[in-house]
Design a protein around this ligand. Structure first.
Ligand code: SAH
Length: 392
């Protein structure tokens, strides 16, 4: 096995089981080490710290196993079985719910790998060259996973792999093929477009927050801003909303939303969808038109350098919503920017409430669901935060 030796003192974070080794921590590496190779990591004295996937870049190694210089033969099967058992424990595998995240990278001790399940299809994303190389092995293990009934594995890593690695990963089925695309979440049906949609085709991470929204929806006029596939809209409809308006700047997203409404509530006159920019829609709309508003924008800060502008974006967006929401109304507001902390986001929303001159109470503090677990040694895995607010 090829090895990487760390500089003195640089083993500390590895001993605390943080799964990333940065390139600056490395003293020497074996000749002929290639991107995606499995590598044994040692401290400066040659003591084995563990085994990981090597790549060129600021994160040089993603650790797969600690205190061992090799992986067991059935490594992927072991980790996938344990990930699947957790989803069973969480009660996510039911006849009325066949849509969940099976592997959340570091949170499932599989750094660089994401797997979402839609019915009997697994959509797999590699974020590291090592996981790209292992894709065949992972796909085989997925279809053999006891109890999971996965028949098709679609590989979708063209946008997630490091661009510079030049792997030219092609999207496509590694195993099987599925012509349908309907998955069930909490008894509601969704068309999932894993071929052309964003990420793996659906935002599985909002499942519980959508279910909470449903409880607030009865008799309300709802605005679902940044609707994408219309997840929040479909739940609001089932919750008995009086009216649901969905808005997204992408015409493709609006047609996905319309298809999902049609699938669950055919020809229901309560729903309308608009292709429009969020800031324009919020500026143009009348005051007091909505008493329940959802703001689930794309990440405004995609890296640490973008935090300042990201916070400005969240402040502006939430100010618009506070200015327009009906007195007594409820706002569900989110940030999925990993670089923006819970406290920073809350402060931005607080500032927005002051600017809009509204008195606001926090009813719920939301996060990513348990099928997106956070390894306590890797706080970087936490990204989704939300607030449910009542606006006087
Ligand atoms: N709430 C969705 C996920 C939202 S993803 C769900 O539960 O599935 C973010 C969406 O915001 C994308 O569909 C994107 O097209 C849309 N978007 C990005 N910028 C926008 C803008 N300026 N105005 C309106 N929509 C925008």
């Amino acid at each position: 096995m090829k090895t990487i030796k760390l500089k003195p003192g640089k083993e500390e974070s590895v001993l605390r089981r943080h799964p990333w080794i940065f390139s600056g921590a490395i003293a020497s590496l074996s000749a002929g080490l290639n991107e995606g190779d499995l590598v044994t990591v040692t401290d400066s004295r040659g003591e084995v710290l563990g085994t990981g996937h090597y790549q060129i870049g600021s994160i040089a190694v993603r650790m797969l196993e600690f205190n061992s210089s090799a992986l067991p033969d059935d490594f992927f099967m072991q980790r996938l079985e344990s990930a699947f058992r957790l989803r069973e424990t969480l009660g996510l595998i039911r006849p009325d719910n066949d849509c969940y995240r099976l592997v959340h990278g570091e949170g499932d001790f599989l750094p660089g790998l994401v797997v979402d399940i839609y019915g009997d299809t697994a959509v797999m994303q590699a974020h590291s060259p090592g996981m790209h190389m292992a894709r065949g092995e992972v796909a085989d293990a997925l279809t053999m996973l006891p109890g999971a009934r996965i028949r098709n594995v679609y590989y979708k890593s063209d946008t997630t792999l490091p661009f510079k690695a030049g792997l030219d990963a092609e999207n496509g089925y590694l195993i099987g093929q599925y012509d349908g695309n309907i998955a069930t979440e909490n008894g509601l049906q969704f068309n999932i477009d894993w071929l052309k949609g964003q990420k793996t085709g659906f935002f599985v991470d909002q499942r519980e927050n959508r279910a909470l929204l449903e409880k607030f929806a009865r008799g309300k006029r709802v605005l679902n801003m940044f609707c994408y596939t219309g997840g929040f809209s479909v739940y609001a409809m089932r919750g008995g909303a009086l009216q649901v308006d969905s808005v997204d700047s992408s015409a493709k997203a609006v047609s996905l939303t319309e298809a999902n409404i049609q699938l669950n509530f055919p020809d229901d006159p309560r729903h309308h969808a608009y292709t429009e920019d969020a800031f324009k829609f919020l500026s143009d709309m009348k005051k007091d038109e909505y008493d329940l508003i959802i703001l689930d924008p794309p990440a405004f800060a995609k890296h640490r350098g973008a935090i300042k502008n990201g916070l400005i974006g969240y402040r502006r967006l939430n100010t618009r919503a506070f200015e327009k929401i009906k007195p007594g109304g409820i706002l569900f507001t989110f940030s999925c920017s990993q670089a923006i902390s819970r406290d920073m986001f809350r402060m931005a929303v607080f500032t927005a409430s002051v600017k809009a001159g509204r008195r606001v109470r926090i009813l719920h503090q939301l996060s990513q669901p348990a099928d997106h677990p956070v390894d306590i040694a890797h706080p970087e895995g936490e990204y989704l935060k939300g607030l449910v607010l009542q606006v006087e």
